[in-house]
Write a protein that binds this ligand. Structure first.
Ligand code: V47
Length: 372
């Protein structure tokens, strides 16, 4: 198909994309700066279909947030609370295990487990939580703890990041989610999340996780005070680590939700920005297989459009979401498997249920199997 490129700066980028060549940092900046979203989308869709055809992945998962108590007071966050805040909560181990079993009728294949940096919960407590989940739900993949939580457990327990990861892995952690990366640039990090590990520390923690055979996801938080250069720099850094380790499974661009945060004067992102971030990620991250349009963050309607702008994954059923909903998200907290199938089919894509590592899942009336 012949497509007209409106923005002349995109012509050399289009040539590279058609030849399957790597895009540069400067290309990334141009892609973020242009308003020619249809041309960017055309290129991203080309790459998406080259990699996955029409297939679109989703999973049946459940989020569990064992605590919202957090010693960091990141300006970007509406979820974390001080321990003495009357609204703060910390689940007991029994509550975590009980919560995991609620809504079991959809037969989840993944628990996505993240929480605040709690000053008193120990590495032993988290290991017991994982062991308890594995005993009760042996077939469910445990995707748990951001790089930030792992680094905090190491710092608090005065042990190395490697040791924390080994102990969590031995207790049942199967992989790690992609959160906490925010934007790697120090200037921005100092303002939006100055109590968190640095960008370099996030990357180093992911490097160690991957070296232990653990896969992880990766994210970028956009739509706050970052600029096009900061975004391009973030993607290039993730791509460099992926060249080294191959450990990233999926990239998820995350739109900043300002409500109830100290940054609530910042306007919400628009559908245009959300779609653009999906497309640019697909074009820049040539070595990360999957780009996820996280419907909770984007709304199911925009996430569906994203399936034609570079995304090949919608995430999952989720069931109970707190991080975005504390920050004003008005989306539902859960979609049923059937609703995900419909969203994908109505976008003219072919739905494939996956497990966390993108192996297809087939279901019968009473059971499901992962095809290896
Ligand atoms: O780490 C926090 C971000 C992340 C806000 O790996 C906020 O499959 C917007 O990482 N507005 C958590 N974002 C979500 C996350 C995630 C989600 C879905 C799938 C996966 C995966 C990972 O959300 C945090 C932080 O980067 N966040 N506060 C806020 N106010």
């Amino acid at each position: 198909m012949e497509i007209v490129i409106d923005d002349p700066r995109l012509r050399p980028i289009r040539e590279k994309v058609e030849l399957g060549q790597r895009l540069s940092y400067e290309d990334g900046v141009t892609l973020y700066q242009t308003s020619d979203i249809l041309s960017v989308g055309y290129m991203a869709n080309l790459v998406r279909e080259r990699l996955h055809g029409s297939v679109t992945y989703f999973n049946v998962n459940r989020h569990i947030n064992p605590t919202d108590v957090c010693v960091a007071s990141c300006r970007l966050c509406a979820f974390g609370k001080r321990a003495k805040d009357p609204k703060a909560y910390t689940m007991s181990l029994e509550e975590v295990w009980h919560r995991a079993g609620e809504g079991w009728s959809e037969a989840v294949t993944e628990f996505h487990i993240v929480g605040g940096l709690h000053p008193e919960l120990t590495l032993d407590w988290y290991c017991e939580m994982l062991r308890g989940l594995k005993t009760r739900f042996p077939q469910v993949h445990l995707k748990a703890f951001t790089m930030v939580e792992v680094a905090y457990l190491a710092q608090r327990g005065k042990v190395s990041v490697r040791e924390v990861l080994e102990r969590l892995r031995d207790a049942g952690m199967d992989s790690l989610p992609g959160g906490g990366a925010e934007i790697f640039c120090d200037r921005v990090r100092r303002i939006i999340c100055d109590h968190k590990i640095t960008g370099e520390q996030w990357i180093e923690t992911a490097r160690i996780a991957h070296s232990l055979g653990l896969h992880s996801n990766c994210t970028m938080l956009y739509g706050h005070i970052e600029n096009a250069e900061d975004r391009a720099d973030h993607l290039v850094k993730l791509r460099a680590l992926q060249d080294e380790t191959g450990g990233f499974v999926t990239f998820i661009p995350l739109a900043f939700h300002p409500d109830n945060t100290p940054l609530q004067h910042i306007p919400k992102t628009t559908g245009f920005t959300d779609i653009k971030n999906i497309a640019v990620a697909r074009l820049m991250l040539d070595n990360i297989a999957h780009i996820k349009a996280y419907w909770v963050m984007m709304t199911p309607r925009i996430a569906q459009i994203a399936l034609r702008f570079g995304a090949d994954d919608l995430d999952g059923t989720v069931v109970e979401e707190k991080i975005y909903h504390d920050a004003g998200a008005t989306t539902s907290q859960s979609l049923r498997r059937e609703e995900l199938l419909q969203l994908i089919r109505k976008a003219g894509r072919e739905p494939v249920e996956r497990d966390t590592l993108y192996r297809p899942v087939t279901r019968t009336e009473t059971a499901f199997t992962v095809l290896v």
